[in-house]
Design a protein. Structure first.
Length: 329
């Protein structure tokens, strides 16, 4: 469901709760209540599988009937970049912020009809074209074995990539550089009970086929870990204690049925917790059947996808796009 449809559903619900028809408030959205929408119009348009350009634009918030009631308020200061910022770097940060804004507003380069080459400042680039991933690793995780157990070391740095395939390859290379023995955990995959009634589904989706399915938000069939490795939680387990989707942790013990890890982001930083296997069923409509995967809800996170990094504050970041990453919008 897109943001537009979520807002319209909320509008109808709020009108019902407020009994707006009885109060003669039919024309007021959300039953006359003030609602604040937060977002960034510079982000890409909604991603709708197999949709036409018209369908994509129509799913945007400003295509909704609610839009005519909205007043746009703009934030003009990037406060996140100023957190813990030393006075000597304020000028440099101000120039960087202005460059980012010009980039996202389409003001860099010459006039264009939607495509243009933009020159990236030299100090933002890694120039190693022979082995760029190795250079990324050295820049983001220098002296990793020495500082691995420092709480802030993995907390403040990450490599970002556009796809899970690229992320997995970077994570694999970095895991190999860690000392210690690997522990391998395999998932138990099966068709959901409602799907098992079909003999055709059983024939088309045997366990080895299910094992090879990789989806966003679903842990891999084969999970390889070492002590000290940073991992990301893929499910909300205990929100009150900081165990939410995208929380990052550091592995402290590797058991057969549970994994002990230390929280390194969000709330309860430094607390230890036990993670057990969960049964997960993805909702991705690209799969014609419902599958069930029992696995630890974890993934390595030396590197993470750009989407997963949203909302996190990182002091040292590398962006690795081996191929074009922008689509519609």
């Amino acid at each position: 469901m897109t943001h537009k449809h979520c807002f319209e559903a909320l509008d109808r619900t709020m009108r019902d709760i407020s009994h707006s028809s009885q109060l003669n408030m039919e024309t007021k959205p959300f039953g006359g209540k003030v609602i604040l929408f937060g977002g960034d119009f510079r982000q890409i348009l909604p991603v709708i599988p197999k949709a036409t350009r018209t369908m994509i634009v129509n799913a945007s918030l400003n295509s909704s009937y609610i839009w005519r009631y909205c007043q746009v308020l703009k934030l003009i200061k990037n406060m996140r970049l100023r957190v813990r910022c030393q006075e000597a770097y304020l000028k440099e940060i101000k120039e960087f912020v202005e460059w980012i804004l010009k980039l996202s507003d389409g003001l860099l380069g010459e006039e264009n009809d939607g495509e243009i080459d933009i020159e990236i400042p030299d100090d933002l680039l890694i120039h190693d074209q022979v082995n760029p991933i190795s250079s990324l690793n050295s820049f983001i995780y220098p002296n990793m074995n020495k500082f691995l157990w420092d709480l802030t070391y993995s907390q403040q740095r990450a490599i970002l990539a556009p796809t899970n395939e690229v992320v997995d390859s970077i994570n694999k290379e970095l895991l190999e550089s860690l000392p210690g023995e690997e522990e391998v955990y395999f998932s138990l995959d099966s068709l959901c009970q409602s799907e098992e009634e079909s003999e055709l589904n059983m024939a088309l989706f045997p366990p080895n086929v299910l094992n090879n399915i990789c989806l966003s938000g679903l842990p891999n069939h084969k999970l390889v870990l070492k002590l000290g490795a940073p991992v990301m939680l893929l499910r909300n387990i205990d929100q009150a204690n900081g165990l939410c989707n995208a929380t990052r942790l550091q592995v402290t013990k590797l058991g057969k049925v549970v994994i002990e890890a230390k929280i390194i982001t969000w709330t309860n930083i430094g607390h230890h917790t036990l993670i057990s296997r969960l049964k997960m069923t993805p909702s991705d409509k690209r799969i014609p059947v419902k599958i069930s995967r029992r696995q630890f809800p974890l993934s390595l996170c030396f590197a993470m996808t750009i989407n997963k990094s949203q909302g996190q504050s990182l002091e040292r970041v590398c962006l690795y796009p081996p191929r074009p990453v922008f689509s519609h919008g």
